[in-house]
Design a protein around this ligand. Structure first.
Ligand code: AP5
Length: 214
């Protein structure tokens, strides 16, 4: 598998990427998770990324392209990968094409999880996230354990700072302006499949798996 999972903030990319990557035995490469980890560790990259992330803006292309270049060069990505949250702009998509051409491993699938804005606001306002392993929960649709700790790794769950309502609106605006144009970019290459992201998590997983098989 050499695939991209895209969609608006809160569409369920992280939720679904975990299942799909595990099934295909490839790494899930999520730029948001990499940047949050760097922020928590207080690295220069994390410090640079924080101001963009906290206001719902995109981190500069050169920074995330550099990150992906390094990550794709790691041995576990040699047999395939699932990118989650990258690319997010046309220049990032062009850079990815260039990187993969150099590795003679072109992209095979681009799956876009489509969810309307009203559902996104509901999903993000109820999200709780594990800061260690990145697993998302939802207070209604996927409730976290009663002790408020991650069921996978035991870390205390948090509400992401960028899930505040005003920041969610900014992220939706940035998605419409900068990331939505990738629909046309990948449709023109014959790679894009749009998947309905409404319904139970397992239903959406089944739709994505069917699209990957087809
Ligand atoms: P990132 O972490 O990538 O955020 P995002 O794209 O906004 O996506 P989210 O993680 O918010 O949502 P998701 O689609 O993964 O949904 P989830 O599965 O959690 O990026 C954060 C920031 O980092 C960016 O704003 C930017 O600053 C920076 N950044 C990252 N990549 C970058 C790049 N390439 N270029 C530049 N900057 C970059 O689900 C959401 C909620 O819904 C959860 O509570 C979940 O339990 C629930 N849910 C999931 N599926 C369902 C369902 N079917 N039904 C009901 N609830 C559901």
């Amino acid at each position: 598998m050499r695939a991209v999972l895209m969609g608006p903030p809160g569409a369920g990319k992280g939720t679904q990427a975990k299942f799909l990557a595990q099934d295909a035995a490839v790494p899930q490469i999520a730029t948001g998770d990499i940047l949050r980890k760097a922020r928590e560790e207080g690295t220069p990259l994390g410090k640079e990324a924080q101001s963009y992330m906290d206001r719902g803006a995109l981190v500069p292309d050169a920074v995330v392209i550099g990150l992906i270049q390094q990550r794709l060069a790691e041995p576990d990505a040699a047999q395939g990968f699932l990118l989650d949250g990258f690319p997010r702009t046309v220049p990032q998509a062009e850079a990815l094409d260039g990187l993969l051409a150099g590795l003679q491993s072109p992209l095979e699938d681009v799956l876009l999880i489509d969810v309307p804005a009203e559902a996104i606001v509901r999903r993000l306002s109820g999200r709780r996230t594990c800061p260690a392993c990145g697993r998302p929960y939802h207070v209604e649709s996927d409730p976290p354990p009663a002790d408020g700790r991650c069921g996978s790794c035991g870390t205390e769950l948090v509400t992401r700072p960028d899930d505040r309502p005003e920041t969610v609106q900014e992220r939706l605006k940035v998605y419409a302006e900068s990331t939505a144009p990738l629909r046309d970019y990948y449709a023109a290459k014959g790679l894009l499949r749009v998947i309905d992201g409404l319904g139970a998590v397992e239903e959406v997983t089944a739709r994505l798996q069917a699209a990957l098989r087809g």
